[in-house]
Write a protein that binds this ligand. Structure first.
Ligand code: SF4
Length: 193
């Protein structure tokens, strides 16, 4: 499969934009994982795809070193939506794009392709139920959709966005969405030619 078709698939699945980057240009930083800790994210430790249960930055660096290329994709959204319950619908779309791309890439010859999404899979797919991997059957309820996020592995999404010229603004729970000019949610597909 021509890798350009993967980019077209990302747009067809709903991404606003998607660009190829070299996997070695992805920056993984130990301290970024610390930002997942509560109160930064209330989902910390509650899903098998979130720290400290997912691979740590050291393992993530070696994991990413196993790939040559990456397709970085984003969804542009109204900032106010990320402060509302609508955010879960937005994050679900990023999970669906990521998982869809991974499946498409693997079935098209990029056999080891792996995708990463954004945010925690737990509020998107399991709501108030405990993570089944951590406290139940040991199997994910949504293996075809749930993926770790880029930030959970310590990937610096800001650097990636700046590198491809996409505007990105830091947001916290106390930010005023009216003062933020744009917002995006991003994911990535890692693969080798
Ligand atoms: S069972 Fe739910 S919370 Fe656990 S990894 Fe799967 S989707 Fe995420």
């Amino acid at each position: 499969m021509n890798r350009e078709l993967l980019r077209e698939e990302a747009l067809r699945y709903g991404a606003t934009a998607a660009v190829f980057i070299k996997a070695p240009s992805i920056s993984v930083e130990d301290e970024l994982v610390e930002m997942c800790r509560a109160p930064g994210c209330t989902g910390y430790g509650k899903s098998a795809n979130c720290p400290p249960h997912v691979m740590g930055p050291r393992e993530a660096k070696s994991f990413i070193a196993g790939f040559e290329e990456a397709l970085f994709f984003k969804l542009d959204v109204e900032p106010v939506l990320l402060f509302s319950d609508e955010r879960f619908r937005i994050f679900e779309l990023i999970f669906r794009i990521a998982a869809g791309l991974e499946i498409k890439a693997r079935s098209s010859g990029f056999k080891k392709a792996r995708a990463l999404a954004a945010g925690s899979c737990k509020p998107v797919f399991c709501n108030d139920e405990p993570c089944d991997v951590l406290s139940g059957s040991g199997e994910c309820r949504h293996p075809s959709l749930a993926r770790p996020s880029m930030e959970a592995l310590g990937i610096n999404v800001f650097k990636l966005a700046h590198g491809v010229g996409w505007p990105i603004h830091r947001m916290t729970k106390v930010s005023n969405p009216g003062e933020i000019s744009s917002a995006m949610v991003a994911g990535i597909l890692l693969f080798s030619i």
